[in-house]
Design a protein around this ligand. Structure first.
Ligand SMILES: C[S@@+](CC[C@H](N)C(=O)[O-])C[C@H]1O[C@@H](n2cnc3c(N)ncnc32)[C@H](O)[C@@H]1O
Length: 345
């Protein structure tokens, strides 16, 4: 009894969940069944048979419709499956292509990296080689320097801010060869001491200019320790605005250089590059007119772009100035021979 109640309950739930067309069909079928049953019960065999035939026809038509609907659903399902397979295949191909591309790119990147590392190793080896060769050049120069002079006090270090031994060696060679009476040096330090010893040999004088009171004091102390005060004078000339070729620069106070004339050798090793762009360019605008009829101009650090440019500008602006063959080091030597036209840079 309880299972019948459960069955009826489930049936009621299903009936309630039917769509409107399903409800209509079910109602028609139920009415037909009722009609067959009542016609058979009341002895109307003909009506009962007709209703039964109509019922059968309806059921057949329903089955036909259902089978067409199922085959439609089946076809749609197959199409969906085919499309899904196509999409999966495309996706798979794309994944394979992407992985392959990444593999090739990674291979290329690995090759690039290997090449860069190999090149880096080769260059650093080459760099070490160059450094060792440069060092041995400086050591050779240092030996030659100390054979030329026996200092009376410890010599200050060369290199870095000071001239390198190779530059000092060439400078002293030119001093011994050309015997300048007046040497002016822009930027004092180690070179001041070496120049002092070289000039003491043949009676020349050195005026060394420094913009920095501390470094000027230090160089003065060195000159005193080496007993070169009779040969060397260290002058302080703070940086001021100087106009050269129509442009302002920070350069030595020209007042401190006002008395200088007939300079036989001008060594330009200051102001330091950190004081401003083209820091050394004004040197010849101010001092070209104070050079002796025949003079030598030396500019240090011409391994640097700004100094190389300054040399080219001076040669084009100062008549009688030509570049000499460089023997050693990173400086440039220029010969000056007074031209008839006055210098106006
Ligand atoms: C290139 S240095 C001159 C060096 C000098 N001609 C020599 O060979 O020793 C130019 C100026 O830099 C300053 N100077 C010197 N040594 C320095 C250092 N170690 N650090 C910063 N400035 C320095 C001084 O004022 C000097 O006049």
């Amino acid at each position: 009894m309880s299972s019948l109640v459960r069955f009826v309950g489930r049936l009621a739930v299903r009936v309630r969940s039917l769509t409107r067309p399903q409800t209509v069909i079910l109602t028609i079928l139920s009415v037909c069944c009722l009609g067959v049953w009542s016609a058979a019960a009341t002895g109307h065999q003909g009506i009962a048979l007709s209703l039964l035939a109509s019922l059968l026809l309806g059921v057949l038509l329903g089955i036909l419709h259902l089978s067409r609907w199922i085959s439609g659903v089946y076809r749609a399902n197959q199409n969906a499956n085919r499309e899904l397979r196509l999409i999966m295949e495309q996706l798979q191909r794309r994944v394979v292509a992407t992985v392959e591309k990444e593999r090739v790119t990674a291979g290329d990147r690995h090759q690039d990296l290997t090449r860069t590392v190999t090149r880096g190793l080769r260059q650093s080896g080459h760099g070490t080689d160059l450094l060792l060769r440069a060092q041995s050049r400086e050591i050779e120069a240092m030996f030659q320097l100390f054979r030329q002079c026996t200092p009376r006090a410890p010599m200050p270090s060369s290199g870095d801010f000071a001239l390198n031994p190779t530059d000092l060696l060439d400078l002293l060679y030119l001093v011994r060869l050309r015997r300048p009476q007046l040497v002016v040096e822009l930027g004092s330090g180690t070179s001041t001491v070496w120049l002092g010893y070289a000039l003491a040999e043949h009676g020349g004088k050195l005026i060394s200019i420094d913009h920095d009171p501390g470094y000027a004091r230090q160089t003065r102390a060195l000159i005193a320790a080496h007993e070169l005060d009779d040969v060397v004078q260290v002058r302080e000339a703070p940086l001021r605005e100087v106009t050269a070729n129509g442009k302002p620069y920070q350069w030595y106070d020209v007042e401190q250089l006002a008395d200088l004339s007939d300079i036989d050798l001008l060594l330009i090793d200051g102001p330091p590059a950190a004081t401003g762009p083209d820091a050394r360019y004004p040197a010849l605008s101010v001092l070209a007119g104070r050079l002796a009829g025949t003079a030598t101009v030396i500019l240090d650090d011409t391994n640097r772009q700004q100094e190389r440019e300054a040399v080219q500008r001076w040669i084009s602006e100062v008549p009688g100035l030509t570049e000499e063959q460089r023997l050693l080091g990173r400086h440039t030597v220029l010969s000056y021979s007074r031209a008839t036209t006055p210098v106006t840079v």
